[in-house]
Design a protein around this ligand. Structure first.
Ligand code: RIB
Ligand code: CA
Length: 314
């Protein structure tokens, strides 16, 4: 049983990634840490609680983290995720509260307490991870693994022409993570785009009871409209693709690479420059997921969307 800590800026696709993890029998979600991103961090904390309530999950602790990036003001994506971050679908408010311990401290403490056991899955800007790394320089060696949905291989941006949102929302944090040996399994934007779920299949999946019909259909309605307006061939689920690669490594093709993050400039800020390993090259500091099998992702979505409260481990 692998133990996960999920760092999230929930977000609609974060919510689906969380459902995948809760439904997977091979992993246990030890804790959540929340970070600014799609919506302000306090709303992210509320959203994690709302998703856990929706599937009857147990008291998994939530640690609230950074309200803004290391440098500059926060960037949000309410135009995609709605003002509340879960598609403005009206999910009931949660009574769950964040623990008193700030997320970066909790991340460092949990990594020490479970040395060699934890898989850290980061689904948002890397501010909490960079702060935890500054507090606990041994973090890379204490973790069993580190997965990040973020960045782009060939500078195909979704927030600017060249920057993916999680990298753009805190480039300094991303740069620090790559420079200080965290060696992420990075799931970039181009890989996410190629792992879309065709509309006909998506419609069948969200019709599944109980979670598909009662939760996912509602929170994804807005994103679905956006994907269709931009003539996407199917549903794009960045964080669910990353979670699939995290919980089932066999579904992901990966390549060693050197990644550097642009923190200067105006036009290129948040660009992740990816150089695949090969002579001559700088030292490798990441693995890039270049493909995720959509049949594996579909099977995980099916299991998550038919999750019953008694099926949720915790
Ligand atoms: O670029 C997509 C990423 O940014 C996803 O993690 C989404 O939830 C937002 O955080
Ligand atoms: Ca996210």
């Amino acid at each position: 049983m692998r133990r996960l800590v999920i760092d999230t800026d929930a977000g609609v696709d974060d919510a689906i990634a969380i459902l995948l993890a809760l439904a997977d029998p091979s992993v246990e979600v030890l804790a959540f840490t929340t970070v600014h991103g799609n919506v302000p961090v306090a709303q992210v904390t509320q959203n994690v609680g709302r998703v856990l309530d929706a599937v009857g999950a147990g008291p998994i602790p939530i640690f609230q983290g950074a309200a803004r990036p290391l440098v500059g003001p926060p960037v949000h994506a309410t135009e995609v995720h709605g003002a509340d971050g879960l598609g403005d679908a009206g999910l009931p408010a949660t009574r769950r509260q964040a623990e008193p311990e700030p997320a970066p401290l909790a991340l460092a403490r949990l990594a020490r307490a479970h040395a060699g056991e934890l898989l850290l899955v980061a689904l948002g800007p890397l501010t909490n991870i960079a702060l935890a790394l500054a507090l606990e320089p041994e973090l890379p060696r204490l973790l069993r693994g580190f997965v990040w949905m973020g960045g782009a291989i060939r500078a195909q941006g979704n927030t600017t022409a060249v920057a993916e949102f999680n990298a753009y929302a805190d480039p300094e944090a991303a740069a620090s993570v790559f420079e200080h040996a965290m060696r992420p399994l990075m799931v970039p934007w181009e890989t996410v785009l190629s792992a879309f779920i065709p509309w006909s299949l998506w419609d069948r999946l969200v019709a599944l009871e109980p979670v598909g019909q009662r939760v996912v259909t509602r929170i994804t309605a807005r994103v679905r409209r956006l994907c269709q307006e931009t003539e996407q061939p199917g549903m794009i689920l960045p964080d669910a693709v990353a979670m699939a690669a995290a919980v089932d490594p066999s579904c992901a093709q990966r390549k060693l690479a050197r990644v550097e993050v642009e923190t200067g400039g105006r036009v290129a800020r948040g660009l992740t420059a990816v150089q695949f390993a090969g002579p001559p090259t700088l030292p490798v500091n990441a693995e890039i997921v270049t493909e995720v099998r959509t049949d594996s992702l579909t099977a995980m979505l099916r299991r998550a969307f038919t999750l019953s409260p008694e099926g949720v481990k915790t």
